[in-house]
Write a protein that binds this ligand. Structure first.
Ligand SMILES: [Zn+2]
Length: 552
């Protein structure tokens, strides 16, 4: 069994989180964001972003149906259609309707008849079709039925021949106060896809995912989802099983940062010697490391690329690929999907340090006369594309030194600064933060913000986020540099948190200090010390007015 071919598959994720005349469903926005990012993850399915269309808050039937029409035209392997929002059921015919932003609960003509959706899906040539409906039904016909009957009726009404259909019919209650990150059913799907299911095969069938989601919802006393499938659709696999032992655990090996016993300025005769010392493992490639692991571990700067520039503590490093192997002339554009280049882009996002090794062929001022020198740790501060001196485009990275110094002064400099060992970055005079720890926290959360779940992505599927210390490390706070004092946040929420514009309660509700209202609940996958949260509340809100006044 194999996964659906991502190149000939299409997904359309439709969701309405804001309504003009119906109650809002803020969790739906998170559903869309997270599902899209999971389907696109190379270790789960790897659907290209262009094949995964998110339709958020459509206001017209065209806005909802055009992307669906296009996807059903293009899909050859698998077509996946997802809808989350309010559903309506006609009080007389029990026909299903999917709402738009401006739909009214009692005017069916203001919503999209499910039949319209069904007809498009039927018309698709896709070999496999999946429909997931996660609807809140706000009453009317459903109000007369028990929840089980209602769920049956919706599932029957939504069935499409040859299609795997899942429906969840939550009643539109806000017992949870609207603070859940995802809607109940989609939240289960997300959890199962993201974490995998132990003791299941390497590829997860839809049916397996469904049964686990149903069991979990039943245990929680939540409305039980329904499925309808035909023989054709019974064994569709959707994603790789992250709990399967074949899936490598995401772990940061200790191969980032300095190598014990190797001082800055150490000279190696050849690539084999670099390899044996663990300073730069590949014997040929200039970039060691992968995006999946957290970024580049080491690079060799040897003057092979005409566009390289070496300024000592700043290096403009040209990416990998596109050169004629014999002449060294750039004959093709470089790509951010090249594994070495993707690794360097990821280094910029994770902030992990990159060991820089200079070969004798580079800038005479900084390069060793022969062999290779290990010149310390750099961060990737920026990257861009530009036209190479030969014509085709190349990628370039700006590397900035974070430890050590140009090789001619290395020893004296290090002794005078007494830098602590490890992968530490000076974040304030005399204060060092462990980059490896920050990278680990980001990986725990898959780069999603603990407040809003937003994942920032760049082309190529790479993602990034930031971390913040709850109780600052610097004077006078002197918080610890450990996991229990850290949060993984998007840049917006990091800054809001730093300025005390949001705070976190002991029950992990996030409070907007501008109006005192809760805006959600913190996603939690690691232990946080509540004392630090309390410290943050005490020291960043009592003087809140003064603090904000003093900001630019
Ligand atoms: Zn955020």
């Amino acid at each position: 069994m194999t996964l659906p071919d991502p190149l000939t598959s299409r997904a359309v994720l439709i969701g309405i989180s804001e309504y003009t005349h119906l109650s809002p469903l803020p969790a739906v926005a998170n559903n869309l964001q997270m599902l899209a990012s999971l389907l696109q993850r190379p270790d789960l399915w790897g659907l290209p972003a262009a094949h995964c269309t998110v339709v958020h808050n459509p206001t017209s039937i065209d806005a909802m149906m055009d992307p669906l029409w296009q996807a059903r035209e293009e899909a050859r392997d698998t077509l996946l259609v997802y809808f989350a929002g309010h559903g309506l059921m006609h009080s007389v015919e029990s026909d299903l309707y999917l709402t738009l932003v401006d739909s009214y609960r009692d005017r069916m003509y203001s919503a999209v008849a499910y039949d319209t959706v069904r007809n498009e899906i039927r018309a698709s040539f896709a070999r496999r079709k999946i429909v997931i409906l996660d609807c809140c039904y706000s009453g009317l016909a459903l109000g007369l039925l028990g929840p089980e009957d209602a769920a049956e009726r919706v599932a029957n009404g939504a069935r499409i021949n040859g299609t795997y259909l899942m429906t969840a019919t939550a009643e539109n209650k806000t017992a949870t106060g609207g603070l859940d990150t995802y809607t109940a059913f989609t939240g289960e799907l997300i959890h199962l896809i993201k974490e995998g299911i132990p003791e299941q095969p390497e590829l997860l069938e839809l049916d397996t995912i469904f049964h686990h989601a149903r069991a979990s919802l039943r245990d929680k006393g939540l409305p039980i989802p329904q499925k309808r499938e035909s023989n054709l659709a019974a064994h569709i696999t959707l994603v790789r099983n992250r709990a399967h032992k074949s899936q490598k655990q995401v772990t940061l090996k200790e191969s980032y940062g300095p190598i014990e016993g190797i001082r800055v300025g150490a000279i190696f005769n050849n690539r084999r010697a670099l390899h044996d010392a663990g300073v730069h493992r590949p014997l040929q490639a200039g970039i060691c490391g992968t995006a999946e692991r957290g970024g580049a571990e080491s690079i060799v700067v040897s003057g092979g690329y005409k566009d390289d520039e070496d300024h000592g503590d700043v290096i403009i490093y040209t990416g990998h690929g596109g050169r004629d192997p014999n002449t060294g002339v750039q004959i093709k554009d470089q790509s951010s999907e090249d594994s070495g280049n993707a690794a360097l882009i990821m280094s910029m996002m994770t902030g992990l340090p990159v060991r820089v090794i200079r070969g004798s062929g580079g800038n005479k001022r900084f390069s060793p006369p022969a062999g290779y020198s290990y010149d310390g740790l750099f961060t990737v501060a920026d990257y861009w594309t530009k036209r190479s001196v030969n014509g085709p485009n190349v990628l370039q990275f700006r590397l900035e030194q974070i430890e050590g110094s140009p090789p001619e002064k290395a020893t004296a400099h290090r002794l005078s600064r007494k830098l602590p060992p490890g992968r530490r970055e000076e974040i304030a005079p005399g204060i060092y933060a462990d980059r490896l720890l920050a990278a680990k926290i980001k990986q725990i959360y898959d780069y999603a913000c603990q407040v809003c779940s937003v994942v920032l992505e760049v082309p190529g599927g790479l993602r990034f986020s930031t971390t913040v210390h709850i109780r600052g490390l610097e004077q006078p706070h002197l918080g610890p540099d450990n996991e229990a004092n850290m949060l993984c946040l998007c840049p917006n929420h990091r800054d809001l948190f730093k300025y005390g514009a949001i705070t976190i309660e002991d029950d992990f509700r996030v409070i907007d200090q501008t109006d005192g209202e809760p805006i959600g609940k913190l996603t939690l996958k690691h232990d946080i010390d509540r004392d630090h949260l309390r410290y943050h509340r005490q020291h960043h809100t009592l003087g809140h007015r003064r603090l904000t006044d003093s900001l630019d």
